[in-house]
Write a protein that binds this ligand. Structure first.
Ligand SMILES: Cc1cc2nc3c(=O)[nH]c(=O)nc-3n(C[C@H](O)[C@H](O)[C@H](O)COP(=O)(O)OP(=O)(O)OC[C@H]3O[C@@H](n4cnc5c(N)ncnc54)[C@H](O)[C@@H]3O)c2cc1C
Length: 400
């Protein structure tokens, strides 16, 4: 198996992490990435201990990565209009989970990962169009007219995966009914923000705002979500917008939110798509990981985290046997249940965050304020050790 020729389609968070994890296990993989450079401006992710444990631990990136991430100090829920604090989870997260909860620029993460993988293992400007898996090797065909061959093709090409579409024969993306505006704001532009060292959810009727500090300087990444428009009227997943449209549904929100989201101009509205769970992630020589396998809405901030978990487990399973089919079946067996639960929890999270004022919202707030609420609905996500645990029903209760 160690001489397997592995092609990873997509040099995003899952693909880069997989290449690194495979290298540690003695495999050589080549990444084929459509972009001409590994960079995504203005976007960030929050990573929790279920993923950061691998970067600070077995992938040995602690020195490089801790310079570019921000360790968040608390998780806070607030009312979007009044700003009233509804719940606060503030405890020694790193001591409890053995790894930090962080915010990081996606570009910084990709730089750290790609340097560790080695730029010689990443082929840029390679947009995959087709895979011919009918012969005794898979042939990948790219938009620039070139081809590559492989014994194993990993589709790590994200939520808009071409590999998944080729595997299924159709595009199964589903609009979740919500869209988002995103931006990164320097701390000096948002002096009114309470608890800027925390990751915060501000909740309101049909909308919410999530923000958290990222990077060494504590820049703030915000994510302004609303249930609008529905249905999504555009073909592309990103549509042009302006600041008036961004603020239209948030005009009566707390001044600290208005201050933060007004500090940058938003020109794009992001439709939030997800995909239905599949019963198999493998067909022939092709296997999916990350968003290509289980794209989810970002309301639990777990898309990148679960992609990292997938990468670690797939590398382990490939190293554990000489039977490629057995390795991939085992990978899917372990990962399908966990990712399905997180997909479901993510979509229902929007319903919980978006409750209109009234009895249900009051009940939600009381439950969130209960000190046991972290243990009931978040511990099962953050405490998970993907390389040690078998799938189980371990999952917190619901909010309502
Ligand atoms: C607005 C928003 C906020 C989010 N916030 C968070 C968060 O806080 N925490 C979190 O964990 N997750 C978050 N996510 C989700 C997270 O970004 C994704 O789940 C994660 O990046 C998936 O990793 P991946 O490796 O599967 O795909 P990606 O990281 O998207 O990488 C896919 C790569 O494949 C390349 N590619 C695509 N098509 C082709 C092709 N045909 N040929 C070659 N290359 C191709 C792309 O250029 C890209 O580099 C968020 C998502 C969104 C949209």
């Amino acid at each position: 198996m160690k001489d397997l020729r592995i092609a990873i389609v997509g040099g995003g968070i899952g693909g880069l992490t997989l290449a690194l994890a495979l290298r540690q296990k003695g495999f050589d993989a080549t990444i084929y990435e459509q972009a001409d450079e590994l960079r995504e401006v203005g976007a960030a992710v929050a990573l929790s201990a279920n993923a950061t444990r691998f970067y600070t631990g077995r992938l040995e990136l602690a020195d490089a990565i801790s310079k570019v991430w921000y360790e968040v100090q608390a998780l806070i829920y607030r009312d979007g209009r009044s700003g009233d604090k509804i719940a606060e989870h503030r405890f020694d997260y790193k001591a409890r989970y053995g790894a930090p909860y962080v915010g990081i620029h996606r570009a910084d993460l990709q730089v750290v990962l790609s340097q560790a993988v080695g730029l010689d293992r990443i082929e840029l400007s390679k947009r995959l169009l087709e895979i011919d898996d009918s012969g005794n090797e898979a042939v990948l065909k790219f938009a620039d007219g070139s081809t590559a061959t492989a014994d194993l093709v990993i589709g790590a090409d994200g939520a808009r995966s071409t590999v998944r579409r080729l595997m299924l024969g159709y595009d199964d993306a589903l609009y979740s009914g919500a869209s988002a505006f995103r931006g990164v704001v320097t701390p000096d532009k948002m002096p009114s923000m309470p608890d800027p060292e925390a990751i915060q959810f501000w909740m309101g009727d049909g909308r919410h705002c999530l923000h958290y500090p990222i990077g060494a300087d504590g820049d703030h990444n915000f994510f302004l979500v609303e249930r609008n428009p529905s249905p999504w009227p555009h073909k592309a997943w990103i549509a042009p917008t302006d600041d008036a449209e961004k603020l239209a549904g948030f005009g009566d929100w707390h001044p600290a939110i208005i201050e933060m989201v007004s500090a940058v101009t938003c020109t794009e509205r992001w439709a939030l798509f997800h995909r239905p769970p599949l019963s198999r992630w493998t067909k022939g020589r092709i296997t999916l990981i990350g968003d290509a396998a289980h794209a989810l809405v970002p309301h639990h901030g777990q898309g990148a985290n679960t992609s990292i978990e997938d990468a670690i487990v797939l590398a382990d399973k490939l190293a554990a046997t000489n039977d490629l089919d057995e390795a991939r079946a085992d990978f899917e067996r372990v990962r399908r249940g966990r990712t399905r639960k997180i997909q479901y929890a993510s979509i229902t999270n929007a319903d919980v965050l978006h409750l209109p004022p009234g009895q249900r919202a009051d009940e939600r707030n009381a439950r969130l304020a209960d000190p046991s609420s972290w243990d009931r609905h978040l511990d099962w996500i953050h405490s998970f050790k993907a390389d040690e645990e078998e799938p189980s029903d371990r999952q917190g209760g619901t909010w309502l």
